[in-house]
Design a protein around this ligand. Structure first.
Ligand code: ADP
Ligand code: XUL
Length: 540
């Protein structure tokens, strides 16, 4: 039976999933994960990110991702699987991050020596040693400049799927071209994390898929091509530095000699890599409209498939290309797992004692509301971090635990309304989806059944399923997506967490109060004290 490999290079880790699939006989044959900070401590990252004094900047070393790939491929080589059956590989990567390569990259990648580790051969290929990542919020000026040059935020959103966002690649490239013109001039190719890793596998500059390219603010969403007006408004001479865009199921090359010789692998097809959210869409089985997934990873995201691109005119959400050739709507929150960890660690809790604390307070938390903006926030846009607490202080462990979870779930529900989906079931994924107490709050806030999935890492699974789909397509077999995801990406019936109607009623009240607190914290609304009082009186 053929094997299909999916890799996921996320903010904090690299994971791999190998699927064995032939018709209806399917199973996960191998799964492995490595945490960047622990496995590769010499890069000195924390949660996969380089330390910075400025909360607005966030970057990671691209060499770290390359070395992690080498370590993971060695593990796969030693997995005991019959790798001569490896038919195709695809990948998922954190979105928006950009990798800057000079003209030495192409010849160096084509001539890698399989007897030497990858990272020590890549030292000279970067025109910028660090890659700005999705957590960076330092480019508001560049966002404004790009929007002005293309005719405004609505024009940009209409064409590319999103207004200008600080973490999107266009604003990051513009900032680099302004602050380091020599480095920009020495840049031959700007990859996203996804196409950079695909490039390492194939040995030549691999194209980008429309899903990840729509996280740049540079792609014409309908045409799946770079939009010249945005490209020219971003930086001079950018058009020739961008990778090509290829369909998500395209074969972008075969595994280069480096990997074949070093780890005794076959010349497997490499299918275009994509972003972690487009991959998760497939990995959570959302290949039809009408359901949503919530990913509680380093970022919290809420997303769903869209047949037509319905752009968010409130300016919070995004429309990306989906691996199925459709579209996906997405809203992203930066204060996700790391905010939950901040509260857990502030009170010296484990995840178990965190759950116990959650159980000691009632839904609605006696009208205590938190906006957990430990770091600058993406949704809503908050550039200067600061946690806002209404009705309690930072020392009450139980109140803080419930407030962070409810605040995040309220924000997910409130800021996904633009997608206009009637939510009756949610597929939960990401590291924190292991926590059923958090998922129960999600069910009660949304008033929807929440399901866990058989394979927890939906981004890596989605990448493997994309390898499966693209690998078959390369052999002339067009398998429908419903069939691709069958058995692998289905919600576990036994995991269903139904909402409780009385708790949902509390949250229907609270969401308006939460919105009032958010407006106040953003300086756009009155003090919500009176509304909080009314809520407390009617909800205990
Ligand atoms: P990434 O965005 O890097 O893919 P993951 O989806 O792997 O992140 O999620 C990692 C996060 O999952 C960790 O930072 C941790 O806070 C969270 N996590 C893991 N287990 C639990 C749990 N039982 N309860 C809550 N959060 C958890
Ligand atoms: C999505 C986003 C994050 C990253 C990291 O727009 O910024 O979800 O993809 O996972």
């Amino acid at each position: 039976m053929p094997l299909y490999l999916g890799l996921d290079s996320s903010t904090q880790s690299l994971s791999a999933i190998v699927l064995e699939a032939d018709g209806d006989r399917r199973r996960v044959a191998f799964e492995s994960s490595l945490q960047f900070d622990e496995a590769l401590p010499h890069y000195r990252t924390t949660h996969g990110v380089l330390p910075s004094d400025d909360p607005a900047t966030a970057a990671s070393p691209p060499l770290l991702w390359a070395e992690a790939l080498d370590v993971m491929m060695a593990r796969i080589g030693q997995s005991g699987l019959d790798l001569s059956r490896l038919a195709a590989i695809s990948g998922s990567a954190q979105q928006h991050g950009s990798v800057y390569l000079n003209a030495r990259a192409a010849p160096a990648l084509a001539a890698l020596d399989p007897s030497r580790p990858l990272a020590e051969q890549l030292g000279g290929i970067f025109s910028r040693n660090v890659a700005p990542i999705w957590m960076d919020s330092s480019t508001s000026a560049e966002c404004a400049e790009i929007e002005a040059a293309v005719g405004g935020d609505r024009a940009l959103a209409q064409r590319t799927g999103s207004r200008a966002f600080e973490r999107f690649t266009a604003a990051q490239i513009r900032k680099f071209s302004k602050t380091n013109p020599a480095g920009y001039a020495a840049t031959d190719r700007i990859h996203l994390v996804s196409s950079f890793l695909a490039t390492l596998l194939t040995g030549w500059h691999a194209p980008l898929d429309p899903g990840d390219a729509s996280g740049t603010n540079l792609m014409d969403l309908a045409a799946c091509q770079w939009w010249p007006a945005a490209v020219d408004s971003t930086a001079g001479g950018l058009a020739i530095k961008l990778p090509a865009i290829a369909p998500a199921s395209a074969v972008v090359g075969t595994l280069s000699d480096y990997w074949r010789t070093r780890y005794r692998l076959p010349p497997a097809n490499v299918i275009a890599w994509s972003g972690d959210n487009p991959c998760s869409l497939v990995g959570t089985g959302l290949v039809r409209e009408g359901r949503i997934a919530v990913s509680l990873g380093t970022s919290d995201t809420v997303f769903g498939l869209m047949r037509e691109p319905r752009v968010d005119h409130t300016g919070t959400g995004h429309v990306f290309g989906a691996p199925t050739g459709d579209y996906m709507g997405l809203t992203c929150f930066k204060n996700g797992s790391l905010a939950r960890e901040r509260i857990r660690d502030a009170f010296g809790l484990s995840w178990d004692s965190f759950s116990e604390a959650l159980g000691r307070t009632p839904p609605g938390n006696h009208g205590r509301v938190m906006l957990p903006w430990f770091e600058p926030e993406i949704t809503p846009s908050v550039l200067t971090p600061g946690v806002h607490r209404y009705g309690f202080g930072p020392d009450d462990a139980d109140a803080n635990v419930r407030a962070v979870i409810e605040g995040q779930q309220m924000a997910l529900a409130l800021h996904s309304r633009w997608m206009n989906v009637t939510v009756d079931s949610i597929h939960a994924t990401g590291g924190a989806a292991a926590n059923r107490d958090i998922l129960q709050v999600m069910a009660d806030v949304f008033g929807a059944d929440v399901y866990q999935l058989q394979v927890g890492n939906s981004a890596a699974l989605g990448a493997a399923l994309r390898a499966f789909h693209g690998g078959l397509a390369a052999e002339g077999v067009a398998m429908p997506w419903d069939e691709v995801v069958k058995d692998f990406a289905e919600p576990l019936a036994a995991s269903r967490l139904p909402p409780d109607s009385s708790r949902h009623a509390v949250y229907r009240d609270l969401i308006d109060v939460y919105a009032a607190c958010e407006a106040h914290a953003l300086g756009r609304g009155p003090d919500p004290a009176a509304r909080l009082d009314v809520f407390r009186k009617s909800n205990g």
